[in-house]
Design a protein around this ligand. Structure first.
Ligand code: GLV
Length: 329
């Protein structure tokens, strides 16, 4: 039997599925440090990860490894140049999380705009002595302008929901989406700068790449309206968290909603001290059904990539299909 490492706790029934095909080494604790991960991969043919960094050094220490299935749509934890050089297949879990993640983007955006976390903390702290007309005033969502940066599948799902809120939708993306999709979503393309100036609520849904590092920094925050909100459900590193904390503290923008952070699970200490930000621990795809679907899809990918099961040799979501069938190097 081929050997695999499952590097994170996942649903036990998914482990049972994997055990039908593989000898499974299952790590159920906190994320493995790089040296321990490399040690556990030394004799493995495949791995199932969730955000664990797989670098050239990890692959060099794992000479048998042929496939790594990430339980996430984003795969910036994989050094894809190293995967390609070593002929290791990477897979991810797109699509199954689109709607759940779009729901969460909306939840964060609305919580930031309508100051839900701030108001709840106030109430819990016993500070609610009397009702007042100006308690927790915030910007409207209904009828405002939504700016989506990253118009992939999740961005489009967010845009679709905006129609029910009578919002104008503007978007920025590496390339414009097809005219039929723009028409369906009633979404207009803008440069990043124009979008930031015009949007009442900016939502970030783009993948992390080296060129997307600090897509939103001090200069970009300075373009936004003082009444605007910023929501990041994409990846830490896309926003300069220190610059954002400064803009929030000085009320240069109204509020933010953040599910992802530079260096998570650490959170920039300045963000913890500003009231006008809603902070959640990377849970945008965390509905029971969607996390199950992601875990099962990651398992399907790994089973097929290692030549087992009904789809042997045809994993549903190869990131670098060109390496398939090539000998490990
Ligand atoms: C979660 O962050 C994912 O990329 O699926």
């Amino acid at each position: 039997m081929q050997k695999i490492l499952v590097a994170r706790p996942i649903f036990p029934d998914v482990i049972d599925r994997l055990k039908q095909y593989f000898d499974v080494d299952w790590h159920t604790g906190d994320a493995l440090p790089a040296d321990e991960l490399a040690r556990r991969l030394a004799d493995k043919d495949g791995a199932l990860t969730a955000g664990d960094p797989i670098t050239a050094a990890t692959l060099a220490a794992a000479p048998r490894l042929r496939a790594v299935a990430n339980m996430a749509v984003g795969y910036n934890n994989f050094d894809m140049a190293a995967f390609n050089a070593a002929n290791v297949l990477g897979t991810n879990t797109p699509d199954v999380l689109n709607e759940t993640t779009a729901d969460f983007g909306w939840a964060l955006m609305m919580a930031a705009a309508r100051r839900i976390a701030e108001a709840e903390h106030f109430l819990r702290a016993g500070k609610w002595g009397k009702w007042s007309y100006d308690m927790f005033l915030g910007p409207d969502v209904y009828g405002s302008t939504l700016g989506i940066v990253g118009m992939g599948r999740i961005g489009q799902a967010i845009a679709r929901r905006a129609q029910g809120f009578n919002m104008r939708v503007i978007y920025h993306n590496r390339s414009r989406v097809a005219p039929a999709i723009e028409a369906e979503l009633n979404a207009e393309y803008r440069t990043k700068e124009a979008l930031l100036r015009e949007a009442d609520h900016v939502v970030l849904v783009l993948p992390y790449t080296a060129e997307n590092h600090h897509t939103i920094g001090a200069a970009e925050l300075a373009l936004m309206k003082r009444s605007a909100t910023l929501t990041n459900i994409a990846r830490g590193g896309i926003v300069d968290d220190a610059a954002l904390a400064g803009a929030l503290r000085e009320r240069r923008i109204a509020a933010a909603g953040l599910d992802v952070f530079e260096g998570e699970p650490k959170v920039h200490p300045a963000l913890l001290t500003v009231p006008n930000v809603v902070l959640t621990p990377h849970i945008a795809s965390a509905s029971e059904a969607t996390r199950r679907a992601m875990a099962n899809l990651a398992a399907d990918n790994l089973i097929a990539a290692l030549g087992e099961g009904p789809r042997a040799g045809r994993p549903p979501n190869p990131i670098n299909p060109d390496v398939m069938g090539k000998a490990r190097s």
